[in-house]
Design a protein around this ligand. Sequence first.
Ligand SMILES: Cc1ncc(COP(=O)(O)O)c(C=O)c1O
Length: 398
Amino acid sequence: MQNYLTPNFAFAPMIPERASGNRVWDTEGREYIDFSGGIAVNALGHCHPALVDALNAQMHKLWHISNIYTTRPAQELAQKLVANSFADKVFFCNSGAEANEAALKLARKYARDRFGGSKSEIVACINSFHGRTLFTVSVGGQPKYSKDYAPLPQGITHVPFNDIAALEAAVGEQTCAVIIEPIQGESGILPATAEYLQTARRLCDRHNALLILDEVQTGMGHTGRLFAYEHYGVVPDILSSAKALGCGFPIGAMLAKEEVAAAFQPGTHGSTFGGNPMACAVGSRAFDIINAPETLHNVRRQGQKLQTALLDLGRKTGLFPQVRGMGLLLGCVLDAPYRGRASEIAAAALKHGVMILVAGTDVLRFAPSLLLNDEDMAEGLARLGNALTKFTATSDNP
Ligand SMILES: Cc1ncc(COP(=O)(O)O)c(C=O)c1O
């Protein structure tokens, strides 16, 4: 098929056409088990009937009205987020990058309003990923995503992830915010230690800085709790969400405590599509299902099973000795001889009818539907097993 899109994506050789639950079919009619969840987005699988109904119902009522007005779906979804988190207020946007952009702008404005313009430094982690806008690639700790776009926004310090001493040295009176992913997603499914997040909280309190947790990937049930911060005994001041929030319908959200949110007065920030009634209607219905105890229980149970099965596959094939992550957000860390080959392995899996992700070059990533059932998990693992066995048999490296 002729590609008319800009060449910044390397598309897979097959073209998905339709999907249902945990299964996807391509234009040739081939079936795939989806362990990738659209990169941690399709948290309720594909075309969940309740979400189709919610979208259908809203589609016949109101598509778009602008932020001159508020709408019932936007208030309803915001209410659910507030009632089930640390937050008092929600700002809606359309993506994870926009949610982080809002979070970072809010933190700068809050500090400027209260303490003056010199309190503007943002502390972020090396290897973190926060999105693709100029501000978020600059805050993100992977220079490969920002180096071509200089001059970059200033006032950002990067520290090694999970290094407490480095964090203590970096955070001071000049710091307006510390931003952390509770589990670094794109760079390898690497969980923060509890001590690290707790230290970040303590340092922010000591220096009047805000703690921003980026839960774009870890949020909305993926770790077995609604938000990953609940595992850590740490409460942020601001949290960003997107991906699974709309389960495939584009939506992002920034959640904040009341006194912090108050720095955003009319006209200080905005978005044409943010709070779109269709996105919020889908998000609101998705929220109820994701936040149901049985769904979160399924994530913990199936996550444990998937982790055990993957570890078994990793040991049998000699490909990976370690599986890390939480719930249904897992990463298989390739053993030394296979480092750098994650994409080749994901491509081999696709050929065998199973969609998996990579996180960096050394980790195979899994972010399937939170509703993953035994049958689809078993079928996906069987296909993956075949793919991995064939890969190691034909691999010229080790
Ligand atoms: C932790 C994290 N933050 C932000 C983003 C950016 O989200 P989006 O691509 O929706 O802008 C991502 C996307 O992968 C992410 O994993």
